[in-house]
Design a protein around this ligand. Structure first.
Ligand code: HEM
Length: 385
């Protein structure tokens, strides 16, 4: 089956995406090593922020939003936005959520959307969002090439990106680089709390205790918890895989175009140049690919429960997209998610807070192309390790 991924500007008239060469270099292995130190710095701040909140319940979705935004701003734009320390003058993530919810709504009204492209004035949130992205980009350009970050590659790419392409890249990286890891992590922690509650009733070992055993073993063997030391932690990776499957930040998936000659599969014919979507949510819960697909079971990926994968699972598992336009930030995102979870479970036991309510959570869960979760009220009790 051959599909061409549509460019972002066909879907979102206010966002365009430029060339890729600088992007790929920006996410190469050597660069990721440089970014790891920065990621670890922001994770420490997150852990400090959780400690700082004391024994009461915390809306962890908000703290992780702040972590994700600061990390993205640092790695992409070499800027300290200070949201984790409350020194930021504006709440970037709330603004971003508001923008995304509106733009997604408009972009689904296809005809209106196409007309908007030709109008000189777009809607206010989009303009404000673009202004913020442009301001971050301007500040980044003024810093020159003193520090390696994602934009140091885009700014020195050859052939050069045009100013419009740089703007477009800034827009995409701000959204793709923060909201995605953030909602996945918040939901993963919620999943850990839910599993702990359930397992305590039936007297089984919880996901939390298995994760803790694994990260404790890394520390007991003299290792620091950092991006490198947790990279091959088997259960942690399984946890992240399962979070990306069941809590994917792009539930409605990715749009793509059929090739000009059309496409035929499973007895269905789709004409050429038709936009189709591959909805992650549906795909990842389809029992043909993921038996017991609605259940959060990391053991699916550890080899302990081979019956929970089928011959199609690996092909169907595309949380970062597929092909030439798949997520350039994949390794960075995996690094971030692993180290955040490892550091949190090393330091804390996680459980639901008093205000957590499943129904409210589900009502606030919104798929705007990029997922937005509402408040996730959890308790973090320091462990004596
Ligand atoms: C849980 C984390 C993440 C998930 C699940 C995710 C998933 C995706 C998906 C599904 C796509 C679309 C691929 C396609 O069009 O076929 C994408 C694109 C992209 N992602 Fe991610 N992403 C994540 C984190 C990140 C991070 C941390 C960054 C960068 C800092 C990033 C940067 C990008 C960029 C720049 C694109 C556009 C690539 C292109 O069109 O060539 N993503 N991502």
């Amino acid at each position: 089956m051959e599909l061409t991924v549509s460019s972002h500007n066909e879907i979102m008239p206010f966002m365009e995406f430029g060339g890729e060469p600088g992007e790929e270099k920006a996410f190469a292995n050597n660069e990721l090593k440089d970014y790891s130190v920065r990621v670890e710095y922001h994770v420490s701040k997150l852990v400090d922020a959780i400690h700082g909140k004391g024994p009461g319940e915390i809306n962890i979705a908000k703290l992780i939003d702040n972590f994700a935004f600061d990390t993205m701003a640092d790695l992409a734009f070499a800027q300290d936005t200070g949201t984790q320390e409350d020194t930021s003058i504006t709440n970037h993530m709330e603004f971003l959520h508001s923008h995304i919810s509106k733009i997604t709504f408009i972009s689904h009204l296809r005809n209106v959307c196409q007309l908007l492209k030709y109008m000189p004035v777009s809607h206010k949130e989009a303009r404000d969002f673009q202004k913020r992205c442009a301001a971050m980009l301007r500040r980044r350009i003024s810093l020159g090439n003193s520090r390696k970050d994602i934009f140091s590659h885009l700014l020195s790419a050859s052939p050069k990106f045009t100013p419009k392409e740089l703007d477009a890249n800034a827009n995409v990286i701000i959204v793709a680089g923060s909201d995605t890891t953030s909602s996945t992590l918040a939901q993963a922690l919620r999943g850990i709390a839910a599993d702990r509650k359930e397992k305590s009733k039936i007297g089984e070992k919880s996901i939390l205790s298995k994760l803790q055993a694994e990260v404790d073993a890394i520390c007991d063997n003299g290792g620091d918890l950092n991006v490198e030391t947790v990279k091959s932690a088997n259960y942690l990776n399984a946890m992240v895989n399962e979070a990306l499957r069941l809590y994917n930040p792009a539930p409605s998936g990715i749009q793509a175009y059929t090739p000009p000659q059309g496409l035929e599969f499973a007895g269905i014919t789709i004409p050429g140049n038709v936009e189709v979507r591959i909805p992650h949510f549906t795909l990842f819960m389809d029992e043909r690919y993921f038996p017991s697909g609605q259940k959060f079971i990391p053991e699916r990926w550890t080899g302990e429960k081979p019956e929970l994968l089928t011959e199609y699972s690996r092909k169907a598992y595309i949380p970062f997209g597929y092909g030439a336009h798949s997520c350039v930030g994949k390794q960075l995102a995996l690094n971030e998610m692993r180290i955040v979870l490892a550091r949190i479970v090393r330091e804390f036991d996680v459980s639901f807070g008093e205000s957590y309510d499943e129904e409210t959570f589900e009502n606030e869960w919104k798929d705007y192309g990029v997922l937005q979760v509402g408040a996730v009220w959890l308790k973090f009790s320091p462990r004596s390790v």
